[in-house]
Design a protein around this ligand. Structure first.
Ligand code: DX5
Ligand code: ZN
Length: 237
């Protein structure tokens, strides 16, 4: 029988000024992955963003459940798994069993999305929904009552290190407003090109969670320094 590690709920994140941080390991040094994740946790990040790419929904391949499984025993962060895969239903159980806490699927992926979101909850995970920059925010609305998280992509999904697309901030505002008028339970997350220069606009637009890959894991500054700079950029506004 498949066993599922204990799940962390987004509803239990501690109250916070600014936004929660979700460093994305796509930009990490994979020869020292455990060390880099520990550094992000010690620096005060709340979540760990894990990008799963299948070469179909996006033109790149990344990692599978074994990375999630390897990291689970060494980290207490909320594992925020971004499924950039065209048939997410096939892999939900594997990622939940490996230790995912949040499973986010693309509205552009195949399958019955409502059933997929139900399945994510049945597996004990938080459910998230996301969209490409070219997809209108209205396409998410029917699914919002069913999810704990809505993710706005501010780059074309598939690669780290791209430039932030400010035109996507209207989606962040719309989703934040939706959340406010529906009890405030839905968290809005932003992914792509988030760095100390762009983060404050993202938070001002209403984001609750910032994903940051190359601005946290890079050769210029330590993970601790990078996390501190991001936090300050959000708080100093
Ligand atoms: C892109 C991924 C992002 C990526 C962000 O497809 O979804 O999570 O890691 O990387 P940066 O922060 O470098 O834009
Ligand atoms: Zn991502």
């Amino acid at each position: 029988m498949t066993t599922f590690p204990a799940k962390r709920s987004l509803a239990n994140l501690p109250k916070k000024v600014g936004a929660y941080l979700a460093p994305s390991i796509l930009a990490a040094d994979f020869t020292r992955l455990g060390e880099q994740v520990a550094a992000a946790e010690q620096a005060g990040a709340e979540l760990l963003h894990i990008d799963i790419m299948d070469g179909h929904l996006v033109p790149n391949l990344s990692m599978g459940p074994c990375i999630v499984e390897a990291l689970r025993p060494v980290s207490n962060l909320v594992f925020d798994v971004h499924l950039m895969i065209s048939e997410p239903e096939r892999y939900l159980e594997a990622f939940a069993a490996a230790g995912a806490d949040v499973l986010t699927v693309h509205v552009e992926s195949r399958g019955n999305l409502s059933a997929i979101l139900d399945k994510i909850h049945e597996l004990g995970c938080n459910a998230g929904i996301t969209l490409r920059p070219g997809t209108p925010v209205e396409s998410l609305v029917p699914f919002l009552p069913q999810v704990e998280l809505a993710l706005v992509m501010t780059v074309e999904p598939g690669f780290g290190g791209q430039s932030f697309m400010p035109g996507q901030l209207s989606k962040v505002r719309a989703l934040h407003d939706w959340s406010e008028t529906h009890g405030g339970r839905l968290l809005v997350e932003v992914d792509g090109g988030v760095n100390p220069a762009t983060a404050s606009a993202v938070v001002e637009a209403g984001a609750d969670i910032l994903v940051a890959g190359s601005s946290v894991f890079n050769k210029k500054v330590s993970v601790r320094e990078a996390v501190t700079r991001l936090r300050q950029s959000v708080l100093e506004k």
